[in-house]
Write a protein of this length. Structure first.
Ligand code: CA
Length: 225
């Protein structure tokens, strides 16, 4: 059974989230503030954390920082519509994804399923598909449906290496820029747009309507299998 810690100070929302998750077979721990959340994590192993960023005793960002000192538990952040810088900070500190309030239960459940999929360690071999292109990260080979090799640059391989190992996860702009640093002098975030446009032209069935290499405006990118 998947155990989820919900950290939310709005009591009705906390109750609604807990009831919905329990109804779908999750085990739930409720916490109304950051201190209780950290106590709950010390007491029990949890598989995921749903975390409101605006808490009464400490900010959600501080909770993430504290959690990441001792655990890699996936964290999904709940944030207010206008808190874009908060969300970016949360992702950079190690949150895995976010939903913006108000959100639907289906949306949150989809994010929970995606983040609890196991991330693949860096030394494990990964073969993934982007559209009809088969990508082998270990041998850095990409082959299309007709068996023809697709040529990718070192920078493109570095981006794919980060994204394809974490299917469904939102990867922040900073994380991607750190990954490509060294292979290119172009480490301004605007260059990511260019790299991704190139990648989509090579890999996406319809590059202008990407289905696999997804931009999250102002946040980062996501690989959707
Ligand atoms: Ca709040």
């Amino acid at each position: 059974m998947t155990r989820v810690l919900i950290v939310e100070d709005e009591r009705p929302l906390l109750r609604a989230l807990a009831m919905n998750l329990v109804a779908r077979g999750y085990a739930v721990t409720e916490a109304e503030n950051g201190a209780r959340a950290l106590t709950a994590l010390a007491d029990h192993q949890h598989d995921a954390i749903v975390l409101d960023l605006g808490l009464p005793d400490m900010s959600g960002v501080e909770v993430i920082r504290a959690v990441r000192e001792f655990a890699t538990t996936p964290i999904i952040v709940l944030s207010a519509r206008n808190g874009s810088s908060d969300k970016v900070e949360a992702l950079d500190l190690g949150a895995d994804d976010y939903v913006t309030k108000p959100f639907s239960m289906d949306e949150l459940l989809a994010r929970l399923r995606a983040t609890s999929r196991r991330a693949v360690a860096a030394d494990e071999s990964v073969v993934a598909h982007v559209g009809s292109v088969r990508i082998d990260l270990a041998t850095t080979t990409a082959v299309d449906q007709a068996g023809k090799a697709v040529h990718l640059t070192p920078t493109e391989w570095k981006l794919l290496d980060v994204l394809l190992r974490r299917p469904g996860k939102l990867i922040s702009t900073d994380t991607l820029l750190t990954a490509v640093r060294g292979s290119t002098e172009h480490t301004d975030s605007s260059y990511l747009r260019i790299y991704f446009a190139q990648l989509r032209r090579k890999l996406e069935p319809e590059p202008s309507r990407p289905r696999h290499l997804i931009t999250e405006p102002g946040m980062g990118y996501r690989y959707r299998p």
